[in-house]
Design a protein around this ligand. Structure first.
Ligand code: FRU
Length: 472
């Protein structure tokens, strides 16, 4: 097909629709596409947004630049499902069509109003000037019939509170003790990451409360240079805060990706504006993960989706004009302060009958259709190695029972993925016997779940030779 060039800040309008249909048809024939994971019909996907269970449907929105595999004008694409397994595209999407959102509809969450039963989609109206951004927070309202319209009072918050700069974004609205709260990620004038909070007696009027200090054992946590995509949820009697951080320096095996997502379990003390963490962990210990958003699913079940991608990566699918996908939906559970995020059981049948892998497996080749491997063994104090691919082109997983460590190694793949950030990821796990791993392969999308989601590692792997389909 004949590709067109678009200005970076082009919003979809009616005349683009035939072109985007053709582009999506061409993209659907390209290699590397997953079957089970949510990925864009064309263009670039990043953060999951507006996640909710509403009127009998799971709604998933995501950051979407439709015209190509690059970061540009962000829309909210929209899919829905009754069962977390079959997803339908919805034409009700957020298009940046208003002057206050001239540079895109950035991330945010969904909140179903107990007062009017509508689902409020909060987002940052991206507004750039020569001197930097002016932060604007906005809402769109999804009615029970699925129609979505922008709130006439937008922007609901216009500008930065005193003492803060222009980089404030990604509203996450929740309710506590009969009041509404909106968390936002920010950077302060000294260039430090901050979490800030507003409160509202209605969902449309917001007053600034200030900075929420995040501490662990009395010490303030390093939040890098910018907090993005905060998320807050209650699970198993714990408060769970998820934050995504820019500029957090690597610490041993941790924080090796371009950007980092942390999950903190503890208590949010609104009176003292402090989140006291009992435990802080990487939300996902793999290569390609960022901006997870927690939400309540059916029956108020705490759940989370993440972006199975990170930062400014360049990926092999770029030449086919799409990039990235979301993780599988995961449950969000806490036991003794430890977060567990196993995959939602509803998605597993799509991977077929699990393949039982012996404790010391021979190399396994990725069949490129969704499969899930069950790899389980007793604690014999030995290292166990799984190699996926061919003898010249593979990735490996080493589980060392003496060290209680999992190492994922992508260095033997012929097609390197995001090599600037290294090709090894390593994490440790609590004493256990047996050790149980569930490995979900969905073409180039890989998710490794250890011990029921105590550790999860997500990433992309590409096999050489699978890219022989000519570029679009
Ligand atoms: C995180 C992020 C958000 C922002 C969005 C823009 O990946 O940078 O902070 O709202 O992506 O697409």
């Amino acid at each position: 097909m004949e590709l067109k060039n678009f200005d970076k800040y082009t919003a979809i309008s009616r005349e683009h629709i035939p072109y985007l249909r053709d582009l999506a048809a061409a993209v659907s024939q390209s290699p590397y596409r997953p079957v089970v994971h949510i990925c864009p019909p064309c263009g670039l996907l990043n953060d999951p947004n507006g996640l909710c269970w509403y009127e009998g449907w799971y709604h998933v929105f995501y950051q979407w630049y439709p015209f190509g595999a690059s970061h540009g004008m962000k829309h909210w694409a929209h899919v829905k499902s009754r069962d977390l397994s079959a997803w339908e595209w919805c034409d009700e999407i957020l298009i940046p069509s208003q002057p206050y959102e001239k540079n895109g509809c950035y991330s945010g969450n969904a909140f179903v109003s107990p007062e009017d039963g509508n689902c409020y989609l909060f987002y940052t109206a991206n507004y750039k000037t020569e001197k930097g951004r002016i932060p604007k927070q906005a809402a769109a309202i999804m009615k029970p019939d699925g129609t979505i319209s922008k709130c006439s009072r937008n922007p609901l918050i216009d500008g930065a509170p005193s003492g803060m700069g222009g980089d404030i974004r990604d509203p996450f609205v929740f309710e506590q003790n009969g009041r509404y709260y909106m968390m936002l990620g920010a950077t302060d004038p000294k260039g430090k990451g901050q979490l800030i909070l507003y409160s509202g007696s209605t969902l449309l009027e917001w007053d600034y409360l200030g900075i929420v200090r995040i501490t662990e054992k009395g010490k303030e946590l390093n939040l890098g240079t910018m907090v993005e995509c905060p998320g807050f949820i209650k699970s198993d009697g714990y408060d769970v805060l998820m934050i995504s951080l820019i500029g957090l320096p690597p610490q041993g095996d941790r924080y090796l990706n371009q950007f980092t997502s942390l999950a903190l379990t503890g208590r949010l003390d609104l009176e003292h504006m402090e989140f006291r963490a009992e435990r802080t962990q990487e939300t996902d210990c793999g290569f390609d993960f960022y901006a997870p958003q927690p939400f309540y699913g059916k029956d108020k079940t705490p759940m989370v989706f993440g972006w199975l991608g990170c930062g400014e990566q360049k990926l092999p699918e770029d030449r086919y004009h799409w990039r990235h996908g979301l993780t599988l939906p995961r449950l969000l559970q806490v036991r003794q302060g430890q977060l567990y995020t196993p995959p939602c059981p509803e998605v597993l049948p799509a991977f077929g009958t699990p393949i039982q892998v012996p404790p010391h497996p021979t190399p396994y080749s990725n069949p490129k259709i969704p499969v899930c491997l069950n790899w389980s063994f007793e604690d014999d104090g030995l290292p166990h190695v799984l190699q996926v691919g061919s003898s010249e082109d593979f990735w490996s997983l080493t589980v060392d029972m003496a060290q209680r460590s999992i190492t994922w190694d992508r260095s033997s793949l012929k097609i390197p993925v995001d090599p600037a950030y290294g090709s090894l990821r390593r994490c440790t796990f609590a004493p256990c016997s047996p050790m149980e791993l569930l490995i979900c392969l969905d073409n180039t999308f890989v998710e490794i779940y250890a011990n029921n989601g105590e550790r999860v590692l997500s990433g992309r792997t590409y096999e050489a030779g699978s890219d022989e389909i000519p570029a679009i």
